[in-house]
Ligand binder design. Structure first.
Ligand code: SF4
Length: 418
């Protein structure tokens, strides 16, 4: 028999590339960029002038794990409401940093409402919406001077839906007479990058430190977002806010945001993320926070919540017992987390497995901290439980779900209790 040569194993990327952003920016109590973990943020959809409604939603987003929350500041009534919103949140011991989202008249609102300028922890400025013609630089300058005066960081947030049209036209014209013209899409992406970089440059010239500037350049196409942020990260060392704008509703929004941001985060690009999901009518706004956390956790960048691994089920599981148990465990853990976080430091790293039958059940359960392999169709009605890789007990009878739930509690108390 001829000797066989074992082919060399391919090299696998073993984890995220080092983060590229050299500059760390402090937003209230939260550090964004540098070597800080990627920060989760979200945005309210209440009328900011509705103080109680906005306080309630900011509180819900913060409780869900949003580390920064952005609110719309679009008129005098909203600007006047901001200090009261901050005060009420602090009275409820919620000190999540608040970011004011300004368009068109931000320079005026921040000038006319000093208490609002003081209460906010960061100002978001869209360079495509600060004013037009000769007013643009002047009004942008006013915003930056106010940020310097109140010692606040800013996000220079470009959005392709409100891109600086003068800049885009200039680049389009130059491309039209170029010996090597590129596609209109490539020119648009260049305009987005230039808008962010030129605005940041202008802000620094006015006197705002680089440690006070975060950049974002949002588009709604996955490939465009990847291209724009790769370019932005090559051309600057600013802290970067990632987000796919107008990602959409439900699974479409989740898949598109995760695909785009997952690739960039893996490449070390992005210091804070927002998943912009369009909620269902009366839907839960905190869903975007949950998705952002799950994206970071499934990629192994941060741990927010114990992971429940469950098999997808197949023809071997004709009953819904294991789906019900997996979903109950997931829900119970989510509900228990605020208390667990205080009582059981490190519990975020817990791994639970709920499996449907003997095929992969014992194997997967052994890889978890605590796992159960439920009986598939035709199997003996018993469920072995594995703890730290070893079979600990076999559960039987109608109370399997409750018994397993108790075992999870006992495991958490024993391993993470102080
Ligand atoms: S573990 Fe069993 S029930 Fe679950 S998917 Fe695999 S074969 Fe199907």
């Amino acid at each position: 028999m001829n000797e066989m040569t074992v082919p060399a194993l391919p090299e696998f990327v073993a984890g995220p590339l080092p983060r590229r952003s050299a500059v760390a920016v402090r937003v209230g109590k939260v550090l964004v960029g540098g070597n800080a973990p990627v920060v989760v943020q979200s945005m309210t959809n209440t009328d900011t002038a509705d103080i109680d409604g906005t306080v309630a939603q900011v509180a819900a987003l913060a409780r869900a794990g949003s580390e920064l929350v952005r609110i719309t500041v679009d008129r005098d009534e909203s600007a006047s409401a901001v200090p009261f919103i901050k005060e009420k949140l602090l009275a409820r011991r919620i000190d999540v940093p608040l970011i004011g989202d300004f368009h068109y008249i931000g320079h005026k609102l921040l000038t006319d409402h000093p208490a609002c300028a003081e209460a906010l922890d960061k100002y978001r400025i869209n360079p495509g919406n600060v004013g037009f013609g000769e007013k643009r630089d002047r009004q942008f300058g006013t915003l930056i001077e106010l940020a310097i005066k109140y010692d606040k960081p800013v996000r220079i947030g470009v959005n392709w839906g409100s891109l600086d049209q003068d800049l885009l036209t200039r680049l389009m014209d130059a491309n039209a007479v170029s010996a090597n013209p590129v596609s209109a899409n490539a020119v648009m992406r260049e305009a987005i990058c230039q808008s962010a970089l030129l605005s940041a440059d202008l802000a620094e010239k006015i006197g705002l430190a680089r440690e006070k500037i975060i950049l974002s350049a949002k588009v709604s196409g996955v490939q465009d977002l990847i291209a724009v942020y790769r370019d932005l990260s090559r051309r600057s060392n600013h802290a970067l806010h990632l987000g796919l704008t107008e990602a959409g509703m439900g699974t479409k929004g989740i898949v598109a945001s995760s695909a785009a941001m997952g690739i960039l985060l893996q490449e070390g690009i992005g210091d804070t993320i927002r998943v912009s999901l369009t909620p269902e009518p009366n839907g839960d706004r905190t869903r975007e926070v949950q998705v952002a956390q799950e994206l970071l956790q499934t990629m192994g960048f941060r741990a927010f919540l114990p992971i429940v691994a469950a098999c997808p089920g197949c023809g071997r599981t004709t009953s819904t017992v294991f789906q019900e148990l997996a979903s109950r465990i997931q829900e119970d853990i989510r509900t228990a987390m605020p208390l667990w976080r205080k009582r059981y430091p490190g519990v975020e790293a817990l791994k639970v497995a709920v499996m449907g039958c003997i095929v992969n059940g014992p194997g997967e359960s052994k890889h978890a901290d605590i796992g159960i392999s439920l009986p598939g169709t035709g199997e003996t009605p018993s469920a072995p439980v594995f703890i730290d890789g070893k079979k600990a007990v076999t559960l039987k009878g109608p109370s399997i779900a409750d018994d397993f739930r108790k075992l999870v509690d006992e495991y958490v108390e024993k391993r993470f209790g102080v």
